[in-house]
Design a binder for this molecule. Structure first.
Ligand SMILES: Nc1ncnc2c1ncn2[C@@H]1O[C@H](COP(=O)(O)OP(=O)(O)O)[C@@H](O)[C@H]1O
Ligand SMILES: C[C@@](O)(CCOP(=O)(O)OP(=O)(O)O)CC(=O)O
Length: 463
């Protein structure tokens, strides 16, 4: 191992996501999802802790310097019986409340355990880690930092931050795991610039994200954080069920075997999804003060009880999703001057067909996937010349829409005009929608990547 090289400061970033097609379907391996990565990223910077000579700590400090009270200190030690690395939250004094962050704690436990299966334990030295998120992840008012940088300061704690739903925990777990692996492991063992490196990162981030969430979702958010925009088919969920819990006997060997094993059946098709030149995605955040808990459970339960009717909708949507991927690819590879009639007519039809089926899914299962308020907003947006169409992304609900628009300033100006004045009458369900905001982001095809460490050093001092 080339110790000095791996202990130089490192930085990695990973993108947020939007599931353009395949919500609910992608939970089932028989179907796929079309996920776009976004140019809103979570960055993680890691450097050694400067210790006074002779002092040796087993401590890792993690901070989110954009937020108040977002410092976590962990002790770590190798457990007996091949149980991996145990991570213990520390508190500086009894007066300091322990704000737990399960995503950080779990990702740290899993990544250090994986690292320790490749390195002697004493080579895992103390480090300081900073997490920095692009402004689009939160709708809170931020203030510019001093000296200026692309990241804002928020005068709130993380629990008070208002998320815009771009998949912060998946981008965080991915970039945090990647930063640890890149920092501690020599490049011939882990290299994020290789297919093998991405596979290890994907498998490890999926395992720790599921453990931190306490559930196994489809994992499309981790897949796009690692690989960027792609057509995604999930892994068989039972793959993760034989993994012992951290600290239990053989956790370390079982984790290494799982992460490096051949049984992963995830399918990532990057070539199958493209954004034609001249088009772009726009994300709108709808302030409605309403979250709908249990949507996934309710939809899946309805599907289990109404298999035949559900299969028709699921198969129809899968065809729509495949058609959308194909049409985007056709437009991306075709000469923009060729073809007759309106260039995006087919894409518009495919989007509208999908929306019809999504509404049917929602009505049949009694879940507001594309509720009337969103139908009104999407219909109004779709009438603006230059807007091809839009959908409720992911699980749907009241809080977001994603639009496919022609990438021109006049189209954006018309959209801003419409959204800034947008009001919806009460639809009888007691939910009134507030402001519709346009997030300053778009699609990004690139997944997790190394960043230049020097950019982040200003954030790593103080607290
Ligand atoms: N900047 C950040 N620093 C540290 N942890 C963060 C940050 N942003 C998000 N998180 C973690 O991710 C959690 C939010 O994840 P989740 O509820 O899955 O939302 P999302 O839909 O954005 O993924 C937060 O509670 C926090 O633990
Ligand atoms: C229903 C789903 O298929 C899609 C949910 O997509 P969202 O983008 O709505 O997800 P969150 O970030 O978890 O809020 C569930 C899944 O695939 O895990």
């Amino acid at each position: 191992m080339t110790g000095s090289e791996s202990l130089a400061p490192k930085a990695v970033s990973a993108p947020g996501k939007v599931l353009l097609a395949g919500g609910y379907l992608v939970l089932d391996r028989n179907y796929t999802g079309l996920v776009f990565g976004l140019d809103a990223r979570i960055h993680v910077y890691i450097e050694p802790i400067e210790t006074k000579s002779g002092v040796s700590l087993s401590e890792i400090i993690v901070k989110s310097p954009q937020f108040r009270e977002a410092n976590w200190e962990y002790g770590y030690r190798l457990t007996e019986g091949d149980g991996g690395i145990a991570v213990t939250p520390l508190r500086a004094s009894h007066d300091v409340l322990l704000h737990k962050n399960p995503f950080i704690e779990t990702a740290l436990t899993y990544a250090l355990t994986y690292i320790s299966s490749h390195l002697p334990h004493h080579q895992i030295g103390p480090s300081t880690i900073s997490i920095l998120a692009s402004p689009a992840y939160y709708s809170n008012q931020g203030t510019p930092s001093n000296p200026p940088s692309q990241f804002l300061k928020y005068d709130v704690s993380l629990s008070e931050a208002h998320k815009t739903g771009l998949g912060s925990s998946a981008a965080l777990v991915t970039s945090f795991t990647a930063a640890l692996l890149t920092y501690y492991l020599p490049r011939d063992v882990f290299d994020i610039d290789t297919e093998d490196g991405l596979r290890v990162l994907h498998n490890l981030a999926q395992a720790s994200h599921c453990a931190a969430q306490g559930k196994v979702g489809s994992g499309f958010d981790i897949a796009s954080a690692v690989y960027g925009s792609c057509l995604y088919r999930r892994f068989t969920p039972t793959l993760l069920s034989s993994l012992p819990v951290p600290g239990a006997s053989s956790f370390s060997t079982a984790l290494k075997n799982l992460i490096e094993g051949k049984e992963w059946d995830t399918e990532i098709h990057k070539a199958a999804i493209k954004m034609p030149q001249g088009l772009r995605l726009v994300m709108c955040d709808v302030d409605c003060g309403s979250e709908t808990p249990g949507m996934v459970k309710k939809v899946l339960q309805w599907r289990a009880e109404n298999q035949e009717e559900a299969d028709d909708i699921w198969n129809g949507l899968q065809k729509g999703n495949d058609d959308m991927a194909k049409e985007l690819t056709r437009l991306a590879t075709q000469d923009p001057q060729s073809g007759e009639g309106e260039r995006y007519a087919r894409l518009r039809d495919i989007i509208n067909g999908n929306r019809e089926l999504i509404r049917k899914m929602g009505e049949a299962s009694g879940v507001p996937i594309e509720p009337p308020q969103q139908t009104a907003l999407l219909d109004a947006c779709s009438k603006i010349p230059g807007i091809v169409g839009g959908v409720v992304p992911g699980a749907g609900g009241y809080d977001a829409v994603v639009l496919l628009i022609e990438d021109r300033e006049d189209v954006m100006a018309e959209l801003k005009k419409l959204t800034s004045a947008w009001k919806v009458e009460n639809q009888g369900d007691g939910i009134t929608m507030g402001k519709v905001g346009i997030l300053g982001i778009r699609e990004d095809m690139v997944g997790a990547r190394r960043e230049e460490p020097a950019v982040y050093q200003m954030w790593n001092t103080g607290s």
